[in-house]
Each structure stands twice: as C-alpha cells, then as structure tokens.
Design a protein around this ligand. Structure first.
Ligand code: PHE
Length: 462
C-alpha cells in the first residue's frame, strides 16, 4: 500500500439519487439537441418506432449489464473488469476496462465544445443578443461563433471548469448535490416549454409527425441510425453507467433502475420533440434543419414570438446547459474514480489532471470548427480520409469504441462471468424475465450490435 490511503468507495444516498444522477447522465445534448433533428431528418414516426424497439431490446439489457458489473465489483471500470476473475481472456477484459476510461474522455472533448455553445446561447438569450433578428442573422450568429477560436475555447474552458469543479468535490457533495438541483429544474423547464408549445403551436401535426410511422421509410440505415442514437443517449459503452452502478448499494434492484433510466431518457427525448416541433411547424420554418435546428432555427422562432420569446429562449438554453452539465460530470467520473481509488492521487487533484488532459485535446477539437477545419491527421488511411481532428475523435469514441464496448460487455456478462454471479446480482431469481434478459445479452445483443458496429464503422450497408 502506498503512503496515502486509497479513497474510500462511496455510495449514493438512495436509489432515487442514483436515478437522478443516471438519468442526468443519459439526458443530455443527445436528447434535446440531437434527437429532434435526427427524427426530422429520418422522416418522423418510423424512426421513433424503431428507436423505441431498440431501447427495449438492446438498451435495457445493456444498462442492466453495466450496472451489474459496477455494483458487483464496487470498483471503477478498469478494476471492475479485473475483479471477476474470469478464466479466459483477462487481457481482453482489461482492454475493455481501459476503453471504459478513455472513451468518455474522448467524448468529453467534443461534448464540452457543444456544451460551451449552450452557455454562450443561454447568456446571449439573457442579454438580448437574439432580439430583433434580421433575415439570415441567426445563421450568421451561429457561423460567427464557429469561426471564432477565442469564443469557442473560452466557452469550452468554462464548461470544463464547471465539470471539474463538481467532480472534484466527490460523489455526495459534488455529483449528488448537482443533480438534486439541476434535474428537477430541468424537468420543470421542459414541462413549461412543452405546455407552451402545445398550447400555442401545432401540437396535432407534431403528434402525427412523431407517432405515425410510414413503414416504407424503414431501411437498414434508419435502424442503424436509431441504434447509434440510442447507445449515445443511454450513455452506454462509456463508463458512466458502470461507474454510477458501482456506487449502488446491494439492496437496490438493478432491473428496476435500468428500466427507470431507459424510460426517463426516452420520455425526455420525446418531450424535447414536443417542445420544439409544435412551434417550428406553427411558424412555418424548416423542421429538418439538421444540427442547426436548435441553434439557428429556434432563435428565429423565439424572436418571432415577441417579448415572451426571450424568456422562453433563455429557459430553453438553460435547459440545454443543465442537461449538458449532468452528462459531462458522468463522463469525467470514471477516470477520476479510477485515479483516486488507485490510492496515488486525491480526488480533487485527479479531477484537475483528467480535466486538464481532455481540455488540452478539446482545444484542437474546438479549432476543428475553424483554423484546423481542413487538417486531416489520419487522412492517408482511406477509412479516416476527410475526418478532421473533431471528426476523428467523434468517430472513434462515439461510433467505434462506444459500440464495441457495449458489444464486448454483453459478451463478458453473457459468456465470461459465472451465471450464478449474474443471477444473484439481478435479484430476479431464475425466472422467465431473467432468462429472457440472459438470452438477449448472450445472443441478440452481441449479434445485433456487431451488425451496427460494422455499419457505423465501415459503412457495409451503405
Ligand atoms: N447520454 C448523453 C446525451 O444524450 C451523452 C453521454 C454519452 C453521457 C455517454 C455519458 C456517457 O447527451
């Protein structure tokens, strides 16, 4: 043992605080910024239907698997993957453990840049930057932000600082305190926005847009798109759920928590659609505007609403910023827990080191929007051609390793860990539900996810 004592492994105060934190991790830019525009780009109802099916068949079983690894081991990801003493391929499982530490750091580099935009927009809405917009001005403001290295780095740094500050304070006084305040606030704001949008906007059209599936639109690409979105949105394959699971006490039901997280995350994504589409349809602006739906289209709509629009605009971007923070803390936590529980560095210092590391990489990611936009580090390899630094990190972290991690964890839980161990952790007895879950994790998830993986990574179905 080193001179210093390894940090003690803490626990959530209750199952409810765990839920707040895990839902906080899952609910993020993926739900409020990305989900609505991906739905719009993929024709509405058909995408939503497939998305829901994927959450049930892949999402919930994987959430249960990751929570189980965390809870059983009571350790951060790398140590967790080592603690099961499986008979074969320990090297591979170690590598997965490493990947569960590094993937969230990779995601943080670009996630923090977009989180920075939300801070810029929240403050901009507050001080009236978006009042009296002229034709084309909204797009120009967004383009100006992208073009400014100083602004992007400033906002990204602020987002990193907030994240490090919270994680440094530890589980109870950092993460728990934050989610206890931000999650109810997030939910309240969302409900206000949805009510307002459905009363004043075109609710009926939004409802049929989101829930009337046009079956002819279901293609392999759409399925894969939905799967990628579900993975990212449920925070799978990235250490967050696993490390949060490690702070669970034994009396809490893993299946119930997994269902709770999946349900809440999906509900919020749908609500985000109902906060955005009714007003977008009512004001006749393009609903399929891609990533600009939130940052370009919505400010125009808020502006058209008159005075009250500024209030709703401010609320909307605060909502996005809150959702981002409760996700970034879960992305930094795996590495910080691993460093501080190894007994060599104390938590605040671990948070600063880890934060400094991804902040540094984040600078290059931020600059990929402007001065480094056309620098392609691995451009000589055909698979990576055309990917700048941001594109490369995003692709490797979110498209390749996150999905690969999920698949390997399903194999680990389904095939390497003893069935008796999983049986006990799930607390379902040797029931039909347990057997269905086990079959999903052993066969359906690995096969299904390998297909997704091959496609997102190598585009085999495109
Ligand atoms: N689920 C978050 C979102 O939808 C992103 C995230 C991914 C958070 C992986 C933690 C881990 O925005």
């Amino acid at each position: 043992m080193n001179k210093m004592q390894a940090a003690k492994h803490e626990h959530w105060s209750s199952g409810f605080t765990f839920l707040l934190a895990a839902v906080g991790s899952a609910v993020g830019l993926g739900n409020i910024w990305r989900f609505p525009y991906v739905v719009a780009e993929n024709g509405g109802g058909a995408f939503v239907l497939i998305y829901l099916a994927i959450v049930v068949v892949f999402g919930i079983p994987l959430l249960m698997s990751e929570l189980m690894i965390g809870r059983k081991s009571q350790k951060p990801p790398l140590d967790a993957m080592r603690s099961f003493k499986v008979s074969k391929a320990q090297r591979l499982w170690d590598a997965v453990g490493w990947s569960y530490l590094l993937v969230p750091m990779g995601i943080l580099t670009f996630y923090s840049v977009v989180a920075g935009w939300t801070l810029d927009y929240a403050i901009g809405m507050g001080i009236g930057t978006f009042n009296d917009l002229k034709e084309g001005e909204s797009a120009q403001i967004f383009a100006d932000l992208q073009a400014s290295p100083a602004k992007l780095i400033f906002w990204m740094t602020l987002s990193v600082g907030i994240t490090v500050g919270i994680v440094a304070r530890g589980l109870k006084s950092g993460l728990e305190q934050t989610v206890k305040i931000l999650m109810p606030a997030l939910f309240a704001i969302l409900v206000i926005l949805v009510l307002y949008a459905s009363i004043t906007g075109d609710f009926v059209r939004s409802f049929s847009f989101m829930f009337t599936p046009d079956f002819s639109k279901i293609t392999p690409e759409l399925v894969l798109m939905a799967a990628g979105q579900a993975f990212f949105s449920l925070s799978l394959g990235s250490g967050a759920i696993m490390v949060y699971g490690s702070y669970l006490t034994k009396d809490i039901s893993i299946p119930k928590m997994a269902v709770g997280v999946a349900f809440a995350d999906t509900f919020v994504a749908l609500l985000a659609g109902f906060a955005i589409f009714p007003i977008v349809f009512a004001f006749g602006v393009d609903h399929a505007a891609g990533p600009g739906l939130v940052f370009v289209t919505l400010p125009i709509v808020f502006n058209d609403m008159g005075g009250i629009g500024q209030v709703f605009g401010l609320l909307f971007f605060l909502l996005l910023a809150f959702a981002a923070v409760t996700s970034t803390i879960s992305l930094l936590e795996p590495m910080v827990a691993q460093l501080s529980e190894s007994g060599k560095i104390k938590r605040p210092r671990a948070a600063i080191y880890a934060g400094a590391a991804f902040w540094f990489v984040g600078i290059f990611v931020a600059l990929s929007n402007n001065i480094l936009a056309e620098v392609y580090p691995l451009g000589f390899i055909p698979l990576f051609a055309g990917m700048n630094i941001e594109g490369l990190i995003n692709f490797l972290a979110a498209n390749v390793f996150m999905v690969l991690n999920g698949m390997l964890v399903a194999i680990f839980v389904g095939w390497a860990v003893k069935r008796s161990v999983t049986l006990e952790e799930m607390g379902l007895g040797d029931s039909v539900i347990f057997k269905i879950w086990f079959a999903l994790v052993r066969f359906v998830v690995p096969v299904g996810v390998s297909l997704i993986f091959l496609d997102v990574a190598f585009g085999i179905f495109q």
